[in-house]
Design a protein around this ligand. Structure first.
Ligand code: MG
Length: 386
């Protein structure tokens, strides 16, 4: 069998590195044809020397020149600027770029009629109305790498008619490092505390989003975009062990859940292998060690970002782009200690409140909404700290 050709956008990040681990576990089944990164020169060079892709894309110009120099004596590797160039030469593109910057890869992969393993939820959330039609391109497929949506994708495989049979989607949330804390308890939390995720080891942006439950709110919008489910039929339940990754409740009262130990290599492998399953187990459960599974409702008063994201999702149009962009800026400001943890919500809420929401008909309108929201977020933050 010819190996599946894989391109990885964001290869030096957490998702990118784990994708290469999965590929290393099944070297006969997958071959790396493209890698892209921002500015991590040493790691991308190391990856390129090991996996020998035909393309390496570096967005940062100075970093690109250094990668070019480092790979100068190595035949068959072209170093380019634009990550979308790899989208046409792969069977599967894993998009592990952080934030809105992942949009060009999402669009180029679907336009080229390729399978997109989507770990970059922001591109689908912000540009849903623009990305959705591209899913109809012949050969295009979208397989979620987000663990909750990968779980839902697996649960929905058991349904013969999802429109008729699905009653609701239930997304699980670990609750993050601040589960159980009250609104007042969260007044003074530090960046280091917010970065200490109890069950998942992930990049800093998503880890902060998990601490505010904004990540879960954005995932509600992501589930709506992926599966077409209405917001009234998508619920969130806190499940601290992160073993049940999400569930689908059917009209007859039956619930199907997907369980595995928290390990992102499973959803990555699911997207790489789809519609087949990997032969290598990642996150296999040892039932002799698993003593309990707990569930509780989210505390919507302490973790206000959850309902804020629902509000943006229900508004539709450019509202999800606005909330996602404002949140990215607010998370940056929190990590550089310019605002408090609660102010991540306050910035995002203020920007959503100021924004004129339209139904975008072009990607330019989405990019414009994103840019305006970022500028407004900076203004709101400046007003808070002056
Ligand atoms: Mg997730």
């Amino acid at each position: 069998m010819t190996p599946v050709r894989v391109a990885i956008a964001g290869s030096t990040g957490s998702i990118g590195r784990q994708t290469l681990e999965v590929i290393s576990a099944e070297p006969d089944s997958y071959v790396v044809v493209g890698l892209s990164a921002g500015s991590s020169v040493d790691l991308v060079v190391e990856q390129a020397l090991k996996f020998r892709p035909s393309l390496v894309a570096m967005s940062d110009e100075a970093a690109r020149e250094r990668v070019r120099d480092a790979l100068a004596g190595v035949g068959g590797i072209e170093v380019v600027a634009d990550a979308t160039e790899m989208c046409g030469i792969a069977d599967v593109v894993i998009n592990g770029v952080v934030g809105f910057a992942g949009l060009p890869v999402t669009m180029a992969t679907l336009k080229n009629g390729r399978r997109l393993g989507l770990a970059n939820k922001e591109s689908l959330i912000a540009a849903g109305p623009i990305v959705q039609p591209l899913r109809q391109v012949e050969g295009a497929d979208l397989v979620p790498v987000d663990s909750e949506h990968c779980a839902l994708h697996q649960c929905l495989r058991s349904s013969v008619d999802t429109n008729r049979e699905v009653a609701r989607l239930v997304l699980t949330a670990s609750g993050g490092p601040f589960r159980g804390r009250s609104f007042a308890d969260l007044e003074q939390v530090s960046v280091d505390e917010a970065l200490r995720h109890p069950t998942w080891s992930m990049g800093p942006k998503i880890t902060i989003d998990s601490s505010t439950l904004m990540n879960k709110g954005l995932e509600v919008i992501e589930a709506h975009e992926l599966f077409g489910t209405g917001f009234d039929d998508i619920d969130v339940v806190v499940h601290p062990q992160s073993v049940v990754h999400s569930m689908v409740e059917f009209t007859d009262g039956s619930t199907i859940a997907q369980l595995s130990m928290p390990d992102m290599r499973l959803p990555i492998g699911y997207a790489l292998g789809w519609p087949e399953r990997l032969r290598t187990p990642f996150g296999k459960i040892d039932w002799t060690q698993l003593s309990r599974l707990d569930f509780e409702p989210p505390d919507r008063r302490a973790f206000r970002c959850l309902d804020l994201a629902y509000q943006a999702g229900r508004s539709g149009g450019t509202a999800p782009a606005v909330i996602s962009a404002a949140n990215e800026v607010a998370v940056d400001a929190f990590m550089s200690r310019r605002i408090t943890w609660h102010q991540i919500h306050d910035v995002s809420a203020a920007v959503l409140d100021h924004s004129t929401i339209v139904m975008p008909t072009s990607v330019e309108e989405v990019i414009d909404a994103d840019r305006c929201a970022r500028e407004d977020a900076e203004r709101v933050i400046s007003g808070m700290i002056s």
